[in-house]
Design a protein around this ligand. Structure first.
Ligand SMILES: Cc1cc2nc3c(=O)[nH]c(=O)nc-3n(C[C@H](O)[C@H](O)[C@H](O)COP(=O)(O)OP(=O)(O)OC[C@H]3O[C@@H](n4cnc5c(N)ncnc54)[C@H](O)[C@@H]3O)c2cc1C
Length: 398
């Protein structure tokens, strides 16, 4: 593995930094976690996505005919890293649009599906949500019950999804359904569909998270008609298609690592500038030890993230390596938020809406949102199981 970036990549990083700082975000902007789809903020997320789409940066690693720049995975990673560092909203076009919907469509989609969906995604025009989870199917995703019955050239969908991030702002949905309840194994008989979220029969009910953000939702399907032309890959092979999408999803860890790096830098600044009994907080041995420990973790997370993207440049599909970075970086972010609240005392509990909150209230916001980050995209326990099985070759757990 070569740890150096090329001069062109370094120059591109500078150009991304300049564009974000000077043309994209207002001075001092630093996005909170999970607030990009709050309805009062979403208009800004849309403006940002359109500007990035116009530069073809959102999906720059896609082929040019589908709205990309045929850029390398490394260059795309540099963009995502810089954007995540500054809390740029909307860079996934909802949840998954750029990270797994587009890449999976490039592999499995029909030409019509690619033409219809990839260009508006890359242009920052159409927003997506992902509907895998149900009340009885989370870690055990093969237990999906949401039913699709084929009638002529349509599927009729009935059932419920839950925790659907961005469901309330999404134009399109990536939906896992049960098409053959009699299949001999439960992960057979599952199918992936694309759904226009404006289709009659779809009801979106908000779930407000504990930080007060409207990030995810419950979605109900009541005789929803979906054209068979919206089938991804083959009917009843949705499980295997979803495994491909999940391998793309877990490459997003580098963004967690970049968000953690920004938070650490701000905490260090806070520790230097804040005085307790006339002494900077950063002189306190316990504060110094904690921040130094976090600095190590942030660097490790960054390297784990780079490794995953480097594997992609070798045309390899990251498996347990994606699980490693997601577990490590999300848990680092949580430890950082915990330490941040300890360092700040009672002020650390003030959120984004308080003018008295240090660091714009990001610490309290991250403290609460980071809990969900250890669950979304596979819980830490499930990801450790993947590392144990696929990385260490241990037998399957009970
Ligand atoms: C912020 C956030 C955003 C989300 N966004 C989406 C989204 O956009 N779309 C979507 O479809 N879903 C989404 N989810 C749902 C998420 O994928 C599920 O919550 C997750 O897969 C866990 O499923 P569950 O909640 O049913 O918990 P369960 O699967 O019931 O797990 C409960 C506990 O048991 C543990 N556990 C379960 N099985 C095992 C095992 N085999 N070995 C060891 N421990 C185990 C888990 O680790 C967990 O601690 C989101 C969740 C969050 C928190």
């Amino acid at each position: 593995m070569d740890f150096r970036f090329t001069p062109e990549e370094e120059a591109f990083r500078k150009e991304v930094q300049r564009f974000i700082n000077e043309e994209l975000l207002p001075p001092g902007f630093w996005g909170g976690m999970e607030d990009e789809f709050d309805l009062e903020k979403f208009e800004f997320s849309k403006q940002v996505a359109r500007k990035l789409g116009a530069k073809r940066w959102l999906a720059m690693n896609w082929p040019e005919e589908y709205g990309g720049l045929a850029a390398s995975p490394i260059q795309h990673m540099i963009f995502k890293e810089e954007a995540a560092y500054r809390g740029v909203p909307g860079i996934d076009m909802g949840v998954g649009g750029i990270t797994w919907v587009g890449p999976t469509l490039l592999l499995l989609g029909t030409e019509e599906q690619k033409k219809e969906h990839l260009l508006p995604l890359a242009a920052g025009e159409k927003w997506w949500c992902t509907m895998y989870s149900e009340p009885g199917a989370g870690s055990d995703m093969a237990a999906v019950m949401c039913r699709a019955v084929r009638q002529g050239d349509e599927y009729i969908v009935n059932g419920q999804k839950v925790w659907t991030s961005a469901g309330h702002i999404a134009d399109w949905g990536w939906l896992l359904v049960k098409t053959d309840p009699d299949a001999p194994k439960k992960h057979h008989g599952i199918t992936l569909l694309l759904v226009d979220m404006k289709t009659p029969g779809i009801t979106v009910r908000p779930l407000i998270n504990m930080a007060g953000h409207h990030f995810f939702n419950e979605i109900f399907f009541d005789d929803v008609h979906v054209p068979v032309a919206n089938l991804i890959g083959e009917e009843n092979r949705g499980w295997y298609h979803t495994m491909i999408a999940l391998s793309f999803e877990r490459t997003a860890g580098v963004m967690f690592a970049a968000g953690a790096r920004r938070l650490l830098e701000e905490l260090v600044r806070f520790a230097k500038e804040t005085k307790i009994d006339g002494q900077p907080l950063g002189k306190d041995p316990s504060v110094r030890q904690k921040l130094a420990e976090l600095a190590i973790e942030v660097e490790v997370g960054r390297m784990l993230g780079y490794r995953v993207v480097w594997l992609q440049t070798k045309e390899a599909i990251p498996g347990y390596e994606g699980a490693m970075i997601k577990v490590f970086a999300s848990e680092t972010l949580q430890r950082m938020a915990n330490i941040g609240t300890q360092i700040m005392g009672l002020y650390g509990q003030l959120g984004l809406d308080s003018k008295w909150a240090p660091l714009q209230g990001i610490i309290a916001d991250t403290y609460m949102n980071s809990v969900g980050m250890l669950i979304a995209a596979g819980t830490s326990e499930i990801l450790r199981n993947i590392i144990a099985e696929r990385g260490l070759g241990l037998p399957r757990g009970a």
